[in-house]
Design a protein around this ligand. Structure first.
Ligand SMILES: N=CN[C@@H](CCC(=O)O)C(=O)O
Ligand SMILES: [Zn+2]
Length: 431
C-alpha cells in the first residue's frame, strides 16, 4: 500500500479526544500526546497513526520529516466576523478618551460605522478583503472558521455578506461555517421601532435557510441592543426553522443570556464576561459550549475577564475564539488568544488545546470531525516550530506555524529562514 503522504519524526503529536462530546470540566485537562509519532494520509484522510519507528516500513508518494517538532490538528476558530467593509482605527482615540464600547455604538459609531462601510462595498470588494483576513488566519494554523454576517442589518447586505462567506468556502480548502447575525445592532433608521426591525430579521430566516446560506443564527443580547425577550423570540423562531443557535451573551451586563442559551439548547453562548453563577450552572447542565473571547476583553481595555476557572470547575465545556472583527478584537491570530487564555483566564495548556480544537468544533456543529486527528477523519493539521505543546501559549504574539495542511494538502508554509537572511547564529538559537 502506498499512502499519499507520510509525516514522521513528530516530537509530540497532539491527539485531542472528540468522540464523546466536548471536553467538560476536569476532562478539559486531559490531552493525549503521542511522543515520537508518525501518521499517514490517504485520500485526504488520516489512514494510519503510530510510532515513528514503525513508519520506517511504510511507503508514501510524499514524505514530511517533522524534525522532532509538534503537530496538532488544524485549529478551529468558532467565532469571527470575517466579512466586513472598512476599518475603525479612528475609534482607538475615542477609547483612550474613556468612551465605552456601547457609548460609541449609541452615538452611531462602532458596529454601525462598519455597517455603513459594508453596505457601500461591492460583493467583490468584500470577498477580496475577507480573503486577505482568511489567509492570515490559515497562516496561523486555523483550518476551520466560523464567519458571521451582521454588518448589513438589511436584507441585501446581510445576504451579500453570507454569499461572500459561501464563496470563500468554495474557493478555500478549509471548512467554513456560516452564521446569520442579522440582529447585531438596531439601525438608526429604526430607532423607536426596534420590534419592527427584529421582525424583518426574523423574516429573513426563511430566505437564508432555503438558500443554504447559514447553519446558525445569532443575536447580540445586550443593554441598549436586544433584550432577553427579543433574543428568546428570535432564537426560538430560528430553532423552529432548523438553525443551530448561538448568542452574544452577557458580554457587558449580566442580562441572563447564558441561561437563555442553555434553556434553548444553543450550541454555544459567547463572550460571557458577566455571566451569572446560575448561567454558568445552566451551561454545564445543558451542554452548551461557552465560547470565551479574551482578545476582546483585552482589546476593550477591561480588567474583568470571563470566569473560565469557575466555568471549568462547574463542568462547562469551554472553547476559545478570536472574535476577529474591526472594532472589538482586531486580530486573526488564534495563537495570541491561547496566550491570553493562559495569562488572563488562567487556563492550563491542556485546557487551551482542547478549547481551540475539539470544544471549538462542537461549538459550530463540527464535533468529532474538526479539531481531531483520527483514522478516517480529515487530514487537517499544523506543524509547529516549537519544542513542546506548552510553548505556544507561553511565547506570545508571534506565529509559530511552520506549515499548515488541509485535507492532506499543504495550504501554507512559512518562508524558509534562509530567505529572510537570518544569520547562522540566529538560526541555531531561534527559540
Ligand atoms: N459584541 C458584539 N459584536 C462583536 C463586535 C462587533 C464590532 O464591534 O464590530 C463582538 O462579538 O465583539
Ligand atoms: Zn462577535
Amino acid at each position: 500500500m502506498k499512502y499519499d503522504l507520510l509525516v514522521f519524526n513528530i516530537g509530540q503529536l497532539i491527539l485531542p479526544d472528540g468522540n464523546s462530546g466536548p471536553q467538560k470540566g476536569k476532562n478539559m485537562a486531559q490531552l493525549n500526546i503521542m511522543e515520537d509519532a508518525a501518521f499517514a494520509v490517504q485520500d485526504e484522510k488520516i489512514a494510519w497513526i503510530g510510532a515513528s519507528k514503525e513508519a520506517v516500513g511504510l511507503s508514501a508518494k510524499e514524505e514530511k520529516d517533522a524534525g522532532g517538532k509538534v503537530v496538532s490538528p488544524g485549529l478551529v476558530d468558532p467565532h469571527t466576523h470575517l466579512v466586513f467593509g472598512g476599518s475603525r482605527e479612528h475609534e482607538l482615540g475615542m477609547k483612550q478618551a474613556g468612551m465605552g464600547y456601547l457609548d460609541i455604538l449609541a452615538n452611531g459609531g462602532g458596529i454601525l460605522s462598519t455597517v455603513d462601510a459594508t453596505r457601500e462595498a461591492s460583493e467583490e470588494e468584500l470577498f477580496e478583503k475577507a480573503s486577505f483576513h482568511l489567509e492570515r488566519m490559515i497562516s496561523h494554523g486555523v483550518t476551520t472558521v466560523e464567519a458571521k454576517s451582521g454588518y448589513g442589518l438589511d436584507s441585501a447586505t446581510e445576504l451579500k455578506q453570507l454569499k461572500v462567506a459561501k464563496r470563500l468556502k468554495e474557493v478555500y480548502p478549509v471548512d467554513m461555517v456560516s452564521t446569520f447575525l442579522g440582529p447585531h445592532a438596531v439601525p438608526p433608521a429604526y430607532k423607536g421601532r426596534e420590534e419592527e426591525f427584529l421582525q424583518e430579521m426574523i423574516l429573513l430566516l426563511d430566505v437564508i435557510r432555503s438558500a443554504g446560506l447559514a447553519e446558525f443564527a445569532d443575536i447580540f443580547c445586550e443593554t441598549g441592543v436586544f433584550s432577553i425577550e427579543q433574543s428568546r423570540q428570535f432564537m426560538q423562531t430560528a430553532k423552529d426553522k432548523g438553525f443551530g443557535l448561538k448568542i452574544h451573551a452577557d458580554e457587558i451586563d449580566p442580562l441572563g443570556g447564558a441561561e437563555l442559551a442553555a434553556s434553548l439548547g444553543a450550541a454555544s453562548a459567547d463572550h460571557l464576561v458577566a455571566a451569572s453563577d446560575e448561567g454558568i450552572q445552566k451551561l454545564a447542565e445543558n451542554g452548551t459550549v461557552a465560547v470565551l473571547l479574551p482578545g476582546t476583553t483585552f482589546y476593550l481595555g477591561k480588567d474583568q475577564f470571563a470566569r473560565a476557572r469557575k466555568m471549568i470547575e462547574e463542568g462547562v465545556a469551554v472553547a476559545l475564539a478570536t472574535d476577529f472583527n474591526p472594532g472589538s478584537c482586531v486580530t486573526e491570530n488564534l495563537q495570541l488568544i491561547m496566550s491570553l487564555a493562559a495569562l488572563k483566564l488562567k487556563m492550563s495548556a491542556e485546557e487551551i488545546w482542547n478549547a481551540v480544537t475539539v470544544n471549538a468544533a462542537y461549538a459550530i456543529g463540527r464535533g468529532g470531525e474538526a479539531g481531531v486527528l483520527e483514522i478516517g477523519k480529515s487530514a487537517s493539521f499544523v506543524v509547529w516550530d516549537v519544542p513542546n505543546y506548552q510553548y505556544i501559549p507561553y511565547h506570545y504574539g508571534v506565529n509559530h506555524a511552520e506549515s499548515v495542511f488541509a485535507g492532506g494538502k499543504k495550504v501554507w508554509e512559512r518562508m524558509p529562514h534562509s530567505n529572510v537572511k537570518l544569520s547562522a547564529a540566529m538560526e541555531a538559537n531561534r527559540f
